[in-house]
Design a protein around this ligand. Sequence first.
Ligand code: BGC
Length: 740
Amino acid sequence: MNRKTVFVCLLAVGLQAMAQTPVYLDESKPVEQRIEDALKRMTLPEKIAVIHAQSKFSSAGVKRLGFPDFWTDDGPHGVRPDVLWDEWEQAGQTNDSCVAFPALTCLAATWNPEMSALYGHALGEEALYRGKDMILGPGVNIYRTPLGGRNFEYMGEDPYLASRMVVPYIQQMQKLGVASCVKHYCLNNDEEYRHQVNVIVSDRALHEIYLPAFHAAITEAGAWAIMGAYNLYKNEHNCHNSITLNKILKKDWKFDGVVVSDWGGAHETDQAVKNGLDMEFGSWTNGLTEGASNAYESYHLAKPYERAIQEGRYTTAELDDKVRRVLRLFYRTTMNRQRPYGFLCSESHYETARRVAGEGIVLLQNQGGLLPIRSDAKRILVVGENAIKMMTVGGGSSSLKAQHEISPLDGLRQRLGNQVQVDYARGYVGDATGSYNGVTTGQNLNDNRSADQLIAEAVEKAAGADYVILFGGLNKSDYQDCEGHDRKNMDLPYEQDRLVEALAAATKRLVYVNISGNAVTMPWKSKVPAIVQGWFIGSEAGHALAAVLTGDVNPSGKLPFTWPASLQDVGAHALDTYPGTWRADKKVIDEEYKEGIYVGYRWVDKQKTRPTFAFGHGLSYTTFKIANLRADRTQMTSDGQITFTVNVTNTGSCDGAEVVQLYVSDLKSSVDRPLKELKAFQKVHLRAGESKDVALTIDKRALSFWDETTSDWKAEPGQFQALVGNASDNLPCKIKFTLQ
Ligand code: BGC
């Protein structure tokens, strides 16, 4: 080879090498290798840029290297409309009218993980269309008190139910390359003083009640992001908390994703650096008013952190860990070239919304079989502001700009209008306004009549109606199921109790449909034959409610929380723990969860109180018989399982679905244990007359408690009992077994 040929060869090799894809862009290389390669190439300012917001809902990519900016949005019931770069006001887009899916309380009430999978998939598709790489949701904070302002955004009181329901939502969304940011981790169980509450809770309650759904979201569903909560635990804010983030989440659960601060939940650079926060969002900015350049750069994890590194106060160890996590998030989302197309407002999304709602609406009471509406009905009177008020606007950050929202009144008219006269009376005036961050409902609900006049009109119109259907409840305005505040009491607002009593006295054919995410007191329960829990169900509310009321859909929803008769029947209130005690400096309020593990039905069982409706309760238009409980063995080995089989028969005259629920009771224990705990369930669809066996399997984990002496789960050998039925207060089948 002469020198000229050698030169040409070398040039060719060199050019080829130059043309070779760098490792961080090479899709054939393992992601971890690509992350390391990208990290090596990034400058300090580039690293700093990716760990904090650059606008209300976005953070920077690394443009020089080809990583696009990262966009996130609320969550959890639909994709929030776009706001301005640096303001909460609407950006005025025309492509951000979405499908509003049912609130997560309704999803939990389906007791059907398949509904959760459909939900996550549909929402993920909407997010993709809207260019969102991460959805801020779902939320799995435990329902501890019916006053909780954001209970409607969560999945109820039971850690096992919430765990089973949260996993498919996340899995299906992430399959589309959209990250799910599960929130609010952790102990954000009420809204009042959410930035100041310091929760004091036993390790047992923390691990047995408040963490399992987050644990399932991280370890089973593999959530790529988690949002720190506003409140404090052990005197540290949860957005930078050495125990909940560094120890539990990252060390014990081996979380490899990103910890995102709740908006404005980061408070200080040193803690943000050391205590687990990876991406800072929503901290106060003086944005447009005082110069945009100043705003995001002043974040705790922005210039202050960069300067501290330059001055040698930190090495880049913490920074590199954060950046690796963020890069991993990029590869899972924005850098995933296989991401499918998104769709907005597809028919399949509306169908998902209808199906979830249809399975989540709960028939609480149905005396004399008043429902479903008979086909020979001639005149129906619909009463109540909630029959006409748009509910997708309001409630805080979960507020949406829905492409359409069918009201209950419109839903009933569309379904029955041809054969039935559907009249309307307002009944009460609640909140006549309707706007959130610049999205307005456009409804004019002003009505200056007095409560007496409104009630009198409803009573008058009720005369002779075949059905009077009152849509009442709460409405997502401040203090009525809304972020930022809790409810002030458990009662129905706006003099609705008076209205219900008056209508109950006027007709025997009263149906009360409660729209809320929370339990309300029902002093008139025995006087109202039919009661339905209608949740906040979004775009398809009217269609779904009409389908259930007319029997097109046979209700199969079950309460995901206990419906107490009064606040005194709730541990948190009976023990006077809420909202806590202010410290002398008035900066922190200590809220001690004195009821410990006795939340919801666990408290009811312990105190032997009778709730208005029990956890897991929900009726159907047909009847079911659950019988013949068997076990494949009566002794469980420590690494074994037991499968229980029970027979379910639809003994009524229409098709329907029942949720078979299995609770476990530890008959003798060295520690105090709840009387029973939900450990398995399954929804089963049965045609009229049909009978099926349902199998439910448990393992040692279902028998375990959190042992505070060893900081681990422990199952003590001995006798247990499985209780099976269709509600926490109706478990007719029992079988004993032992753990060896
Ligand atoms: C809420 C979060 C929400 C965030 C962004 C906060 O106030 O607590 O749930 O995701 O705002 O809108």
